[in-house]
Design a protein around this ligand. Structure first.
Ligand code: FAD
Length: 469
């Protein structure tokens, strides 16, 4: 009987343990993806990017003699319906680790088993399953460095080869049309502007990894903090949807390290930050929704996201060039440089004293590399409420940071058009992307700071020092 391969955030053929296991059985494989409530609640950009990724993946499956079946509804109901239609005897999938997916998948597994259907979940999204890494006293890690030391010498399996063909059923079940799902409907911004910045699918991801290892990894440690440089792998977009496995990145990084490439170990450490974020989310899922350090709940965050300075932050019009360049980069490309993410997060939570969840939600709406675990960890780290967080007095100064990391102002010139006689095309793309309702024009004067670097810092330090815990 056929095996249903339930596709979620694992849009690849290479190094795909669930697909590999299904193909190894020799039974027909029916790949299916389900638009359930979990897809519906995604932010605008991740949902749009998921749609692009699924369309691309369907083509990759077709090249292997297979198809992607699209179904909507509750996951269990959709799978059960498909089992009835196809006589499938098994459902395989790649594990996810956020609490909503875990709860859904547990219930699906139990219900399928009750019906006598084989239900198997596989690894692949992570190198180190969160429950396999423990401190000496048997608990989860809360600090990154010992976590890194615990995993850095663990043998990472794979990568598994892509199957040459995927056995097809005699008849294919019916499928909905991806276009009818309108996964891009919530994109307020001009999707046509954002589209050229996306690199879809497995081949593009492999190309990025190859280019990074050939040209960038050697200088990665020194250059990765400079947002004007294309000095990082840019693979977060692909890792988020499983268009490449972290194992493939890890093995390439290991090879580079053995070849003596200087930045290779640092790159491996960054991959482990992603694993650490998942470790935290698995063991302490409240990191997604509440202050991870519970005493921070007493902190007087401002939760009003209609304040003009918060609107200015979202729109990249705070009058602080580093912050504005970064927010516009995200709006146009769907991604933002890591240094810039820390700067804008610090400005929102410290200079503007705003609840980090407002920033977390805006990123979730805007990032095409949105990842629940890395986003939550990044916000709580910067705000000070998270595990292994930046100390409260670490208020990034967006002016001196600019001089340090973008001394030639190449990054801010790339993204800010106002006041320039010959603005960069990316800076102009921002004005094409923004909704008309924002009423912005590239010929507007550049705004004065909503809160200056000095005033914001002082206010934040006062509040943090008097926080009473
Ligand atoms: P590289 O420098 O090439 O790093 C290699 C890989 O390591 C990345 O692709 C990523 O998977 C991982 N990685 C690197 N830095 C981090 C980090 N700090 N935390 C976790 N994993 C890391 N990353 C996301 O993928 N999705 C998010 O939604 C996200 N939100 C963030 C929000 C804030 C406030 C902050 C401070 C960071 C956030 N990050 C997020 C982490 C980081 O900024 C991006 O992973 C990185 O910029 C991606 O670029 P790259 O692929 O070129 O990274």
């Amino acid at each position: 009987s056929p095996i249903l391969l339930w596709i979620r955030r694992d849009l690849r053929l290479t190094d795909h343990p669930a697909l590999d296991a299904a193909v190894q059985t020799g039974r027909p494989v029916i790949p299916v993806t389900i638009r359930d409530g979990q897809v519906d609640v995604l932010g605008a950009a991740p949902k749009w990017r998921l749609g692009l990724g699924l369309g691309h993946y369907a083509e990759a499956l077709a090249a292997k003699g297979s198809r992607l079946i699209y179904r909507s509804g509750g996951a269990l109901a959709a799978l059960t319906q498909l089992i009835d239609e196809t006589g499938a005897g098994a459902v395989y999938w790649t594990r996810l680790y956020d609490p909503a997916s875990v709860e859904r998948d547990k219930a699906v597994k139990a219900a399928l088993k009750d019906r006598g259907i084989e239900a198997r979940s596989f690894g692949g999204h992570l190198m180190f399953e969160p429950w396999t890494v423990e401190t000496k006293t048997g608990g989860p890690y809360k600090v990154y460095s010992p976590f890194w030391r615990a995993v850095k010498d663990v043998d990472v399996p794979g990568p598994l080869k892509a199957p040459s063909q995927i056995p097809a059923p005699d008849t294919w079940p019916e499928s909905e049309a991806l276009d009818d799902w309108h996964l891009g409907a919530a994109m307020r911004r001009g999707a046509a502007v954002v589209r050229p910045y996306q690199q879809l699918g497995e081949a593009a991801a492999q190309g990025r990894l190859g280019a990074f290892m050939a040209h960038k990894v050697d200088t990665y440690k020194d250059m990765r903090n400079h947002p004007a440089e294309d000095a990082t792998s840019n693979l977060s977009e692909n890792l988020a949807l499983g268009e490449i496995s972290p194992h493939q990145c890890w093995h390439a990084g290991m090879r580079a390290m053995h070849e003596g490439k200087r930045g290779a170990e640092h790159y491996l450490k960054e991959l482990v930050w992603r694993e650490f974020a998942y470790h935290l989310m698995w063991h302490t899922p409240h990191i997604l929704t509440g202050n991870w350090r519970e005493d921070w709940s007493a902190f007087p965050w401002n939760t009003d996201d209609t304040r003009p300075e918060v609107v200015a932050w979202k729109q990249g019009r705070t009058g602080i060039p580093f912050v504005d360049a970064a927010m516009r980069e995200m709006y146009v490309t769907g991604r933002m440089h890591n240094r810039a993410r820390m700067i804008v997060a610090s400005y929102l939570t410290k200079h503007l004293m705003t609840d980090w969840r407002i920033g977390q939600a805006w990123f979730e709406d805007c990032l095409t590399d949105w990842d629940p675990a890395s986003n939550a960890m990044g916000w709580q780290w910067t705000a000070g409420s998270g595990p292994d967080a930046a100390p409260y007095f670490r208020v990034f100064n967006p002016v001196s940071q600019l001089e340090k990391f973008d001394a030639g102002h190449v990054y801010v010139d790339r993204w800010i058009a106002e006041g320039k006689s010959n603005p960069h095309s990316d800076a102009l793309a921002y004005f094409q992307a923004v909704p008309k309702s924002w009423g912005l024009s590239a010929t507007d004067p550049y705004p004065d700071p909503v809160v200056t670097a000095e005033d914001g810092r002082k206010r934040a330090l006062d509040a943090y020092e008097n926080r009473g815990f």
